[in-house]
Write a protein that binds this ligand. Structure first.
Ligand SMILES: *[C@@H]1O[C@H](CO)[C@@H](O)[C@H](O)[C@H]1NC(C)=O
Length: 450
């Protein structure tokens, strides 16, 4: 009897096991069939699936600059080498010597075998030149400010920025994920209103950091920021100032030390100064300058500093040699400023164009006076005008216009860069050529009547 019971139970067990096996295999079978037919991307209709465009709005991509075509017979007012150091023989020689000594690349980020004595020398020289405690050198101008901003500003912080800041700053602000408020271009009263309102709503409090971001001279408008007012406001509302001095280092002030020297504002009023070596220094790279406490922070948290190969030694050497020249010929700055003022004066007499940019700013933006055209059309006309000027031996660039929802980008313009090589004759040539080009290839008056 006992034996039969056991056999009986064994029979039941077998049956249960068999049922389980069937159930499990059916489950796998069905779930497999399901994943086969379901694809979240195309819903089973791969052929009909049309992907959304990656870029939604119209973006005008600028043609590569005319570098190859530019030779010594062409007057270049497109490149921002304000002090013409790119033509300096001694810098080229020094860079070549450095090339022989170290080779082309640095082979690693600063923290991983990429630091070479020239980097330390440049950082020290820049710190002495700018009269700050410390500087750190980045390997690319664009990434300097774009990494410096998110290394301090984080998700819960708040940033107040001018609406005309250049593209790298916009990207830095995006990367920080902070709350951002744009104030009207160079309008300190508007900024003050915003700050007062933020204060009222308790958005400025001790739990979040607040930043003020501005450019000394705006790349997009050529206008200088009212730094004294900005500093006062920043102190009153406890904001930290990040100032982009890319276009003022080697341009403003008696020794070319930038806007703080020019306006006689103590350097320690500015928390972080960011600059580029790609304009007056005529090489590649950028730097951040400030106190040891502030700059040191970036050596571990500036993404562009930590994770990009460091600046090639020969380009670093070129920056050191450029600094030698700027320090030894102080009136080079005065010469540039004189030329900038002359260019402004001459541009104000243009027949068909208006322009923007402070007298002392080496960057000027030239706009069409005719304003009943769409931006796209203006851009095409400006492009045709610059092509005409190029044929006549003057190279200029049309500023890329990118309209963003939040940022009020200025309208299409020709961006002129002043330099020490300009003379009275070449300045009047540029201006007469602009008007001549407008008459030849610009908008025709009879088109207006149609
Ligand atoms: C610009 O120049 C091109 C080539 O010469 C011409 O086809 C085009 O119509 C011009 N555009 C305008 C808006 O005049």
């Amino acid at each position: 009897m006992i034996m039969i019971d056991i056999y009986d139970m064994a029979g039941w067990w077998t049956l249960i096991m068999a049922l389980q096996v069937v159930a499990i295999s059916m489950y796998f079978f069905w779930s497999k069939r399901k994943t086969k037919t379901y694809d979240p991307l195309c819903n089973g209709k791969a052929i009909n699936w049309k992907p959304v465009p990656i870029v939604e709005h119209d973006v005008t991509v600028e043609e590569p600059p005319l570098m190859g075509k530019i030779d010594d017979n062409v007057l270049n007012v497109g490149a921002s080498s304000f002090l013409c150091l790119h033509k300096e023989e001694s810098i080229t020689e020094d860079a070549l010597k450095s090339l022989e000594k170290y080779g082309v690349g640095s082979c690693g980020p600063r923290g991983f075998y990429g630091t070479i004595d020239v980097h330390l020398e440049l950082e020290e020289r820049l710190a002495n030149f700018l009269e700050v405690e410390e500087t750190c050198v980045y390997s690319y101008g664009f990434s300097t400010v774009a990494s410096a901003i998110p290394s301090y500003a984080k998700k819960r912080d708040i940033i107040f920025a001018d609406e005309c800041v250049w593209f790298a700053i916009q990207k830095g602000i995006d990367a920080s994920r902070s709350t951002v408020r744009y104030f009207k271009h160079n309008n300190a009263d508007h900024l003050e209103e915003m700050l007062a309102e933020a204060k009222r709503k308790n958005e400025l409090n001790s739990r979040r950091r607040a930043f003020l971001i501005a450019e000394a001279i705006y790349f997009n408008t050529g206008e200088m920021c009212p730094l004294k007012r900005l500093v006062q406001l920043a102190r009153k509302y406890k904001l930290r100032i990040i100032l982009d001095e890319s276009l003022t280092i080697g341009v403003l002030g008696k020794h070319g030390r930038g806007i703080t020297e020019y306006l006689d504002i103590p350097r320690d009023e500015i928390d972080l100064i960011v600059g580029s070596l790609e304009h007056s220094f005529a090489t590649v790279g950028g730097f951040c300058a400030g106190t040891h406490f502030i700059v040191e922070h970036q050596r571990l948290s500036g993404l562009g500093y930590c994770f990009s190969a460091s600046l090639p030694p020969m380009l670093t050497q070129a920056a050191i040699s450029a600094l030698d020249i700027i320090e030894s010929i102080p009136n080079i700055i005065e010469e540039l400023n004189e030329n900038s003022k002359k260019l402004s004066k001459s541009l104000s007499q243009l027949k068909y164009f208006t322009f923007r940019g402070d007298d002392i700013s080496p960057i000027k933006h030239v706009y069409l006076k005719k304003d009943d055209l769409t931006d796209r059309l203006k851009h095409t006309y400006l492009r045709n005008i610059t092509n005409y000027c190029m044929e006549k031996g003057v190279a200029m660039t049309v500023a890329a216009y990118l309209r963003d929802v939040e940022i009020n980008c200025p309208e299409p313009s020709i961006r002129l860069a002043c330099s020490t090589k300009l003379t009275d004759d070449t300045i009047s040539l540029i201006c007469s050529l602009l008007d001549e080009a407008y008459e030849k290839v610009g908008p025709k008056p009879e088109l207006q009547a149609v």
